[in-house]
Design a protein around this ligand. Structure first.
Ligand SMILES: CC(=O)N[C@@H](CCCN)C(=O)O
Ligand SMILES: [Zn+2]
Ligand SMILES: [Zn+2]
Length: 380
């Protein structure tokens, strides 16, 4: 029988294949190389692989051993966030082992998960499956979640339990917030700075918008509360701003990117309505100067469907099912009719950061978890 490379080799190989997702097309590399590599390894283990195109140079993968309903789905995304090489001390595009950690872009979020899953499965006898075992890897989780949306529409299966292997330090998450990101652009009128009346300063108008949004941020924190969450209210973050080009030119254009995180039970139109209301102050004073749009489709909040498996996993791990403030692909996997837990090795604190790493002490327990879940859902 053909063999997979070692765990460390697979981990390293996945990091060397860039798969950056970004709303800026100049930074986006597509995820095809990673998906094709995963497809090859899944086939080595005897899985039947289906690839689904998701736009240019992007693919989803699902791999199946066995068929029919039920069983276990091990799911995750094959893309990473963009990186700023100058802020890394380690090579982002290869695995470096140091201080009991495996460093690299995607080490924990979340290419490393796939290497661990494959290594864990290679160590098992999967010839007598009683229920199907599946692996899914998606495109564009870090931006639009388009991959998971398409997979949920097309995948012809309904697992009993899906584990989304995002970095939760191996604690099961059964509920999380949604995610909305918006770009707000003010178009003023440029002119020579010596005569303020010669233009309309977009940065000054944006100053008004920023003030209104900071008020909205406080109102959200006062008005809504869900005690399941460590941050119990919907958040609003001012994330990126760019405006103007020269000290002696009136700023003609200014753009702001924000995100908002709705609690489960809050509708996305409800939160958008509050945003629109705040933006209307500047719109009224300067008709036509403000435009806003979603940077990508909003991602819904998540509450796992009921069923027996969440509690069983919780008992097995000796950990309560918890909540997360961030968003994942879990709601799209839940739409397949599956119970879903977000549960994987590594920490969200290292995700999206320079010198991202997976602590090596997560590796053994993560592989045992995968093997334990496969035994419980597919072999008994
Ligand atoms: C886990 C994580 O960082 N998820 C991302 C998803 C963004 C999707 N638009 C977040 O919560 O910001
Ligand atoms: Zn992730
Ligand atoms: Zn991420």
């Amino acid at each position: 029988m053909q063999k997979l490379p070692s765990l460390a080799q697979m981990f390293n190989r996945l990091l060397t294949l860039p798969s950056v997702s970004a709303t800026d097309p100049a930074l986006d590399t597509g995820n095809k190389a990673v998906i094709e590599q995963l497809a090859q390894w899944c086939e080595t283990l005897g899985f039947k692989v289906t690839l689904q195109p998701v736009g240019h140079n992007k693919l989803n993968l699902w791999a199946e051993l066995g068929s029919g309903p039920g069983g276990l789905l091990l799911a995750g995304h094959a893309d990473t966030v963009p990186f700023d090489e100058g802020r890394w001390n380690k090579n982002p595009l290869a695995m470096t082992e140091a201080d009991g950690k495996w460093f690299g872009l995607g080490a924990t979020d979340m290419k490393g998960f796939f290497a661990l899953v494959l290594a864990a499965l290679e160590g098992m006898d999967l010839s007598q499956l009683k229920a199907p075992l599946r692996i899914a890897a998606t495109a564009d989780e870090e931006t639009s979640m388009e991959g998971a949306r398409r997979l949920a529409e097309a995948a012809p299966f309904s697992p009993a339990l899906t584990l989304v292997g995002e970095p939760t330090e191996l604690k099961p998450i059964g509920r999380h917030k949604g995610h909305i990101s918006a770009g707000i652009r003010i178009t003023g009128k440029s002119g020579h700075s010596s005569d303020p009346g010669a233009g309309l300063n977009a940065m000054e108008l944006m100053h008004g918008v920023l003030g209104d949004l900071i008020v909205l941020k406080q109102e959200l924190a006062e008005r809504y509360c869900d005690h399941h969450f460590a941050v119990p209210y919907p958040t609003l973050n001012l994330g990126h701003i760019h405006g103007g080009d020269n000290a002696n030119r009136i700023c003609g254009c200014c753009e702001l990117h924000i995100d908002m995180r709705p609690l489960p039970g809050m509708s996305i139109p409800e939160l958008e309505g509050l945003l629109k209301e705040k933006l209307s102050n500047v719109e009224k004073a300067h008709p036509g100067a403000l435009q806003w749009q979603h940077l990508h489709e909003p991602c819904p909040a998540f509450v796992s469907p009921d069923g027996p498996w969440k509690d069983e996993v919780s008992r097995l791990l000796g950990q309560p099912v918890e909540t997360a403030n961030y968003a994942t692909e879990a709601p799209f996997f839940a739409s397949l009719g599956s119970e879903v837990l977000v549960l994987g090795p590594g920490s969200i604190r290292q995700a999206h950061q320079p010198d991202e790493f997976m602590a090596m002490d997560q590796i053994g327990p993560a592989m045992e978890l995968v093997q334990g879940m496969v035994k419980r859902l597919c072999l008994t």
